[in-house]
Every structure is written in structure tokens, then in C-alpha cells.
Design a protein around this ligand. Structure first.
Ligand SMILES: [Fe+2]
Length: 261
């Protein structure tokens, strides 16, 4: 059995060792609860049973625990697509399972493999092969729910953190590289390593819409108009970029519309 109320209490207890007033920790706490909220929405949309609903909430609660642990050693707890320096998913699994911290959140060990695989795969380019049906379901759920809350994050987080600069005028005048634009227009994910400009990275964030597993998640983006709000956060000035953004916005909206039918 999954006692989600007990797990949430244990999570609050776990957070007591951190300075939740500090901006960076607060952001990750808000994100965690945002992912839990997204998991509840998606579970309902998919008509998941009580067990899978609670399991997806629990995985949402724990998916970024590696980030909190990381912040003890390093002040940079923020997510960007460059996971080459530190993989918080591997670290989270290590902390939860090697040191048995998982038992603080759930007594029953029968879901351990599902939780482990879901967290391990949540930030990878693609889900690894060889998962059981239940492991795969939860790996897909957490990947969608994490992305969904990250659209909210892109609207609230500073440009300094998201794009590496808070010079708004410079961002507004930036361009989108042709290959990044073409990748977006092919409805493909953009590799963070291929991005050259801040607006390339902004495009890469929005291109995550093409990597959703469940159309119902896109409905959440649509209902909250999150993709348009993301496009609108920047006041594009370069004429070539304005034209590209127009096409990207139309493509994105049509894509979502089609998936939500
Ligand atoms: Fe996350």
C-alpha cells in the first residue's frame, strides 16, 4: 500500500535540513509540488487506478531528491539540459536506495523497482530498453509531469538562470540559428549542446512539447496556455527571428491542437 499522506509528511520532514527560504531551494520545492500537481492531473485524465495514481504522486515527490542532496555539496541546484556534469537522477537513486532512505516514504518494498527506474530515466534523452510494463508506464508519467511543470518554471524563473544572462535587451535582439529553427520545424527535440544563442536555448525548452508521451499532458499545456506564454516572454526584435518565431508558434499550436482532438 502507498500511504501518500505519510510520504508527504516524510518529505516535509526531509526538507527541514535545508534552508527552504533560500531562493534556489525554494524553487526546487515549488517545482516538486508542481510535478505532484501535474501527476494528479494526468492520472485523472488517464483514469489511472488508485495504486498507480498514488505511485505517480510518490515518484513526483521524490524525482528530484538528487537535486536537494546535490545542493549540500554544490550551490547549483538548477536544472538545465546539460546533465553532463552531474546527473541528479543517478544521484537521487543512489541516495534513496543505497542508503535505504526510500523506506522513510514507503514501507512496502514491492514498488522499489518501479520507483527506481522512473527516477533513473526521468532526465535521459530516452527511456532505456527492458522495462516492465509498469516500470515503463511510470517512467513515461514522470517524464511528462516533470516537463509540464518545467513550462511553468520557464515563465517564473529569471533569465539569468534559464539563459545565462539577465540582459533583456540583448536577449530581445538575439537570433535563432537556422539549424535550431529547422530542427524545431521538424518537430524534433533540440540537443542542448547544439544551441549557440540564448534564443536557441529558449527554442530548445519549447521543443520539449515534441517529447511528450501522453496527449493528455499537452491538454494541460493548452488549458493553461503555457506554450504561448513561453513564446511571449521574450520581446523579439530581430526581423528574421520574428518570422521564425511566428512559424514556430503556429506549428506548436497546431501540433498541440491536433494532439488534443
Ligand atoms: Fe524535475
Amino acid at each position: 500500500m502507498i500511504d501518500i499522506v505519510k510520504a508527504e509528511k516524510a518529505f516535509k520532514e526531509y526538507l527541514k535540513q535545508y534552508d527552504v527560504e533560500s531562493e534556489k531551494v525554494a524553487l526546487k520545492v515549488t517545482h516538486t509540488y508542481g510535478v505532484v500537481k501535474a501527476s494528479e492531473y494526468l492520472a485523472k485524465q488517464l483514469n489511472l487506478n488508485e495504486e498507480d495514481t498514488n505511485l505517480s504522486r510518490l515518484i513526483a515527490l521524490l524525482h528530484d531528491i538528487g537535486r536537494f542532496e546535490q545542493s549540500k555539496a554544490n550551490n547549483d541546484v538548477y536544472d538545465n539540459a546539460d546533465a553532463t556534469l552531474f546527473d541528479h537522477a543517478i544521484y537521487g537513486c543512489k541516495v534513496l536506495f543505497e542508503e535505504n532512505m526510500i523506506r522513510r516514504f514507503i514501507e512496502d518494498d514491492k514498488y522499489d523497482n518501479v520507483i527506481y527506474k522512473a527516477i533513473l530515466n526521468h532526465n535521459r534523452i530516452a527511456i532505456e530498453d527492458g522495462l516492465t510494463e509498469k516500470e515503463l508506464l511510470h517512467a513515461k508519467l514522470i517524464r511528462d509531469n516533470d516537463k509540464t511543470d518545467n513550462f511553468r518554471v520557464k515563465l517564473t524563473e529569471s533569465f539569468k538562470v534559464l539563459l545565462g544572462t539577465d540582459d533583456v535587451e540583448a536577449i530581445n535582439n538575439e537570433k535563432i540559428s537556422d539549424d535550431i529553427y529547422n530542427t524545431f520545424m521538424r518537430k524534433s527535440l533540440i540537443k542542448y549542446g547544439d544551441t549557440q544563442t540564448p534564443l536557441d536555448r529558449w527554442s530548445a525548452y519549447i521543443a520539449f512539447i515534441f517529447d511528450y508521451n501522453f496527449d493528455e499532458s499537452l491538454r494541460y499545456l493548452k488549458e493553461n496556455d503555457l506554450v504561448n506564454k513561453c513564446f511571449n516572454r521574450i520581446n523579439y526584435k530581430n526581423l528574421d527571428t520574428i518570422a521564425k518565431i511566428d512559424n514556430m508558434r503556429n506549428l506548436a499550436n497546431n501540433y498541440i491542437e491536433e494532439k488534443c482532438k
